[in-house]
Design a protein around this ligand. Structure first.
Ligand SMILES: Cc1cc2nc3c(=O)[nH]c(=O)nc-3n(C[C@H](O)[C@H](O)[C@H](O)COP(=O)(O)OP(=O)(O)OC[C@H]3O[C@@H](n4cnc5c(N)ncnc54)[C@H](O)[C@@H]3O)c2cc1C
Length: 334
């Protein structure tokens, strides 16, 4: 079992900054995220888009900001459980909590900070009969380790950044890559789209445009993908893997079941300290709701600072906070 002062649910920018604010007050954090990487929406939805409203940075991309936050919290040595969703939060007789993840990891924490953003990201699935039958048997909705596809025949479907980026990566690894896209032009970055066209012209990948996948076949495991080309032609493409990349959509998930006061799809908090209706549970960032709420990263940072000062009373009940500037006392690493 993992034991910590604060369990932060969500490794988006706000969850990460909460680790910093808690660390300044000598509270240790364990961070859990359902995604396999840190960064929340910034890493998952817009890693290379510039953000213009982070104080002190006239312009910074999502992935750069997450890199800076990880460097900023490093002195406080937070621990992470990634790729697991927090399913249950159970209050113990001594008022602390036991959190259980989708993989059965158990975390004991004095305080819980929900920084769950818009919820957990789930893949948008195409409407193809028997799709679920082949999940884990050739159908995957993300590429976690490109090496898994080495020497295989892969059919990717989609026209956005994710489909284009992974087509490029896998073209050097898989035996054969086929990209199926319903349009003639791509939504993804123009330079990546250009590279895809070049590889297709050079015969290094099969590009089928104005087409969509219709069905899957295989005895127990995926063997072929049916594709219908607009205009009439039908193809049956041999495939070990079928990877539809139509983006991810956030779903609130189990947070709604934890008995907290909710306001539609968000957790109601008081702006005094961003505490929820349950003592020792806080909600910060996009996941919370209060009058005047703005879903901005900088607002979440402010909420993290106030949350940490309030959480201190539960972790160190016999101590009082001495307000200190970092310019005066610096960072006291763990
Ligand atoms: C395209 C786009 C552009 C944007 N541009 C800007 C901008 O310019 N400026 C700005 O300030 N904001 C911008 N935003 C908004 C900004 O991204 C959000 O305000 C910010 O990501 C909120 O951070 P967060 O840490 O609260 O949540 P998120 O970034 O959503 O992270 C929440 C994390 O919690 C995890 N999670 C949820 N539930 C669970 C669970 N039960 N167990 C484990 N993990 C869980 C999720 O997997 C996720 O990784 C933009 C958003 C989008 C989509």
């Amino acid at each position: 079992m993992i034991s910590t002062d604060i369990c932060v649910i969500g490794a988006g920018p706000v969850g990460l900054f909460a680790v910093f604010e808690a660390g300044l007050l000598k509270m240790r954090c364990h961070v859990v995220d359902a995604l396999t990487q840190v960064g929340g929406q910034l890493t998952e939805i817009y890693p290379r888009k510039p953000i213009y409203d982070i104080p002190g940075y006239p312009e910074i991309t999502g992935e750069q900001l997450i890199g800076q936050l990880m460097a900023q919290i490093a002195p406080f040595r937070p621990s992470f459980t990634l790729g697991e969703r927090v399913e249950q939060v159970d209050k113990q007789p001594d008022d602390t909590f036991l959190l259980t993840t989708s993989a059965g990891t158990v975390i004991s924490a004095g305080v819980v900070v929900i920084a769950g953003g818009l919820g957990c990201f789930e893949p948008r699935k195409p409407a193809i009969p028997d799709l679920q039958l082949y999940e884990g048997k050739g159908v995957a909705y993300s590429v976690r380790d490109p090496e898994v596809f080495r020497g295989r025949q892969v059919v990717i479907v989609g026209g956005g950044d994710s489909a284009l980026d992974w087509t490029l990566v896998l073209t050097g690894i898989a035996d054969k890559v086929t990209l199926v896209h319903r349009g003639n032009t791509f939504r993804g970055a123009p330079d990546t789209a250009g590279k895809i066209q070049e590889l297709a012209s050079a015969g290094k990948l099969d590009l089928i445009t104005r087409a969509h996948a219709t069905h899957l076949t295989g005895a127990g495991r995926l063997e072929r993908v049916g594709v219908s080309v607009y205009g009439g032609e039908s193809l049956l493409i041999p495939a070990d893997d079928f990877v539809p990349l139509f983006g991810l959509t956030p779903k609130l998930g189990p947070i709604a079941e934890w008995g907290l006061n909710m306001d539609k799809d968000a957790v109601s908090v008081t702006t005094l300290d961003y505490s929820t209706s349950e003592k020792r549970i806080y909600a910060i960032g996009d996941i919370n709701q209060y009058p005047g709420k703005l879903k901005l990263i900088l607002c979440g940072f402010h909420e993290a600072a106030l949350m940490a000062r309030s959480a201190f009373q539960f972790i160190y009940p016999d101590q009082r906070i001495n307000f200190k500037y970092t310019t005066v006392y610096g960072i006291n690493a763990f």
